[in-house]
Design a protein around this ligand. Structure first.
Ligand SMILES: [Zn+2]
Length: 290
């Protein structure tokens, strides 16, 4: 009996050691990926720029759409596995995650897409900001505030030789939507690889910014890359992954891919459907494995 008890206590001790070791390991691992926060004031609000860093690959992941959570999860996995730097924005105060940044200033509420603010052209930036509520205007003071956010984000990326942007899309089909009681309108198909193809003789901004495209018919149209350099395009074609090559004169819409290519940066955007962490991880592995 005594022997049995002793045996039991040894086993408990061993078990405790395992738990303790596991605890230390996970704590160390998560400590590795604890972000540094930079607070950026935007009117009455604060946008948190979260920066994760781990020694390893010389790549910076840019995640600017807060609600695109699958791409953030996949990116953090990659940083944990290969090292690198990842920046992400946290700005929502409603308990949800939102694509657009909303802020108030002098009783007016403003809104903008945080991937439409990277531009030297202040008119493009101005057009990216809209008034949601109130009588204020998108004046120089407001533009300056948003420009400051863009500059702070870019500062974290400017020295990186390789920017890997992380995005998710909805990829919903065209559908009828009911407005008021009788008025129906057609909501067009949302963004996907087909957005880059000239359609019904109409050139969209995406199509105008596209130099080349390769589509693997076996892949879904939500998952694809956008690259700024021919070498990356050729590499992905070889690996048979759907890819768009941005041209030399893309439409300046304030998006980071256009801004980055202006600096001659190696920039790759990995697009996957919302929620598809595994697919996006596979995509990132294609870029990082070798
Ligand atoms: Zn996005």
């Amino acid at each position: 009996m005594k022997n049995h008890l002793m045996h039991k206590s040894t086993r408990t001790l061993q078990f405790n050691w395992v738990i303790l070791t596991l605890f230390i390991c996970t704590t160390l691992l998560s400590q590795d990926l604890n972000p540094v926060y930079k607070k950026i004031h935007l009117g009455d609000q604060v946008v948190q720029l979260k920066i994760y860093q781990k020694p390893g690959k010389n790549v910076t992941y840019a995640h600017v759409h807060e609600n695109e959570e699958a791409s953030l999860a996949a990116g953090l996995r990659m940083v944990g596995k290969y090292g690198g730097k990842l920046i992400t924005l946290a700005h929502s105060t409603d308990g949800k995650t939102n694509r657009n940044v909303t802020f108030s200033y002098k009783k007016t509420v403003y809104k903008f897409d945080p991937n439409r603010i990277y531009t030297q052209d202040l008119n493009v930036l101005k057009n990216s900001i809209s008034v949601v509520k109130g009588k204020g205007k998108v004046d120089d003071e407001i533009i300056k505030m948003v420009k400051n956010l863009a500059d702070q984000v870019w500062m974290e990326l400017a020295d990186s030789p390789f920017i890997l942007a992380l995005h998710n899309n909805k990829n919903t089909p065209a559908e009828y939507k009911l407005r008021w009681l009788f008025w129906k309108h057609i909501e067009p198909e949302s963004y996907n690889i087909k957005s880059y193809i000239k359609s019904q003789d109409q050139s969209s901004d995406s199509n105008k910014s596209c130099a080349d495209i390769y589509i693997n018919p076996a892949l879904n149209n939500s998952e694809f890359f956008i690259v700024t350099q021919r070498e990356d395009f050729n590499m992905l074609v070889k690996k048979r992954y759907t890819v768009v090559l941005q041209n030399d004169k893309p439409v300046d819409d304030g998006s980071m891919s256009v801004y980055a290519s202006g600096f001659g940066k190696r920039y790759i955007n990995a697009e996957a459907k919302l929620g598809r962490i595994e697919e996006q991880t596979t995509m990132l592995e294609i870029l990082l494995r070798d």
